[in-house]
Design a protein around this ligand. Structure first.
Ligand SMILES: *[C@@H]1O[C@H](CO)[C@@H](O)[C@H](O)[C@H]1NC(C)=O
Ligand SMILES: *[C@@H]1O[C@H](CO)[C@@H](O)[C@H](O)[C@H]1NC(C)=O
Length: 350
């Protein structure tokens, strides 16, 4: 799915098509969950890979069972990387905690620079169910255990909780970030009240830990510098707009001389709408049906809206995968006992 010369792991929708709905679902995958671990470093690739390895090998270098790292995405502008760790619900806590510990040791937030404020050495720890035999409540338990474990193991770290892990209010990430002053230029550490751990310190900053249905990140770049057009497209496809796309939260951002329609795409409960142009990935969480709009459908809608104004679409980039792809790839990696799948996937064309 990623070409050999592309060392970042962006995928271009135009050059690859997935058939999610035809992917198998073996027993191996039934207890799998994913953690899209965000750490605040993108330029030092070796450092980020060292963090990823801490998820799949223990302190003695022994392979952790039922654990793999599928992908590493380095976001240079944000100076942040997303490490896709997949493990069984029984091993996820240990895998994620050792990666977090490693990241805290190596990433000093006093030195951090990037185009928007990252809050912590470990910035975000969202845990999502992938297999049929795990529910969001299992992920919530794991997330809360990670929050406790991190603040115990690394003295001076602090955590806020979001999504299902924020019991009982279940406030979303955007809301919690706002509560924590994330949108200010220089967040005032002393004004922050973390949910777990002490007052945040500059060294480690603040870590967000959460659980919920799978969220995919997908950006469509349009060939214009017209931010007003970008904003009107963003407004049209936003979930909260009548006729908007289910599960889609969106911002228009200027990016390298173009406009980027940056989407966070949540899985939604229920079945796909009737009359969709192509199949939507569907899966179940705790026996409930969920589905997910594919990136191709978002691209198609953005292109249609942009073309009305005579603007063409340049590319679509995905971070990580859809939940179905994530499970499918992880099953393959685990069957073949591949821990560092992110290295192999550069050679695999799907
Ligand atoms: C990225 O952030 C790290 C700390 O998180 C910092 O040490 C490094 O200098 C930053 N890199 C750039 C290019 O800003
Ligand atoms: C999508 O856009 C956001 C915001 O600019 C960025 O952080 C993220 O890395 C982008 N994702 C991809 C795959 O380019």
């Amino acid at each position: 799915m990623v070409t050999a010369d592309d060392s970042s792991t962006k995928t271009h929708a135009s050059t690859n098509t997935y058939r999610n709905t035809e992917m198998s679902s073996s027993n191996l995958g039934r207890r799998l969950v994913a953690c899209l671990l965000n750490v605040s470093e993108a330029h030092k690739k070796d450092l980020v890979e060292t963090v990823a390895k801490a998820a799949v090998y223990d302190l003695h270098g022994e392979r952790r069972e039922m654990t793999t790292v599928l992908n590493i995405f380095n976001d240079h502008d944000y100076n942040r990387s997303v490490i896709t760790i997949v493990a069984s619900i029984d091993t996820i806590k240990d895998a994620v905690l050792s990666a977090c510990e490693k990241a805290c040791g190596l990433i000093d937030m006093r030195a951090h620079t990037g185009v928007h404020p990252c809050m912590g050495s470990v910035d975000l720890v969202p845990i999502y169910p992938l297999g049929d035999d795990v529910g969001i409540d299992d992920c919530t338990k794991a997330a809360r255990a990670v929050a406790e474990g991190l603040t115990e193991r690394v003295q001076g770290t602090s955590v806020f909780l979001f999504g299902w892990a924020d019991c009982p209010l279940q406030r979303g990430l955007a809301q919690r970030r706002k509560d924590m002053g994330w949108f200010k230029k220089t967040p005032d550490m002393l004004a922050i009240r973390p949910d777990v751990g002490p007052q945040p310190q500059k060294r480690y900053g603040l870590t967000g830990v959460g659980a919920g249905p799978y969220v995919m990140n997908c950006n469509v770049t349009i060939d214009t510098q017209d931010m007003a057009l970008g904003r009107s497209i963003a407004a049209a496809i936003r979930e909260s707009t009548p006729g908007g796309l289910p599960g889609v939260q969106v911002l228009a951002l200027p990016h390298e001389g173009s406009v980027e329609i940056a989407c966070n795409v949540e899985s939604v409960q229920g079945s796909p709408p009737d009359r969709v142009a192509e199949p939507w990935p569907t899966f179940s969480i705790g026996g409930q049906p969920y589905c997910h709009i594919p990136a191709s459908a978002i691209t198609a809608r953005v292109s249609e809206l942009a073309e009305r104004q005579g603007v063409v679409t340049k590319a679509t980039a995905l971070v990580g995968f859809t939940a179905t792809e994530c499970r499918f790839l992880a099953e393959g990696a685990l069957l073949n006992d591949i821990a560092e799948f992110w290295k192999d996937q550069r050679r695999i064309h799907m």
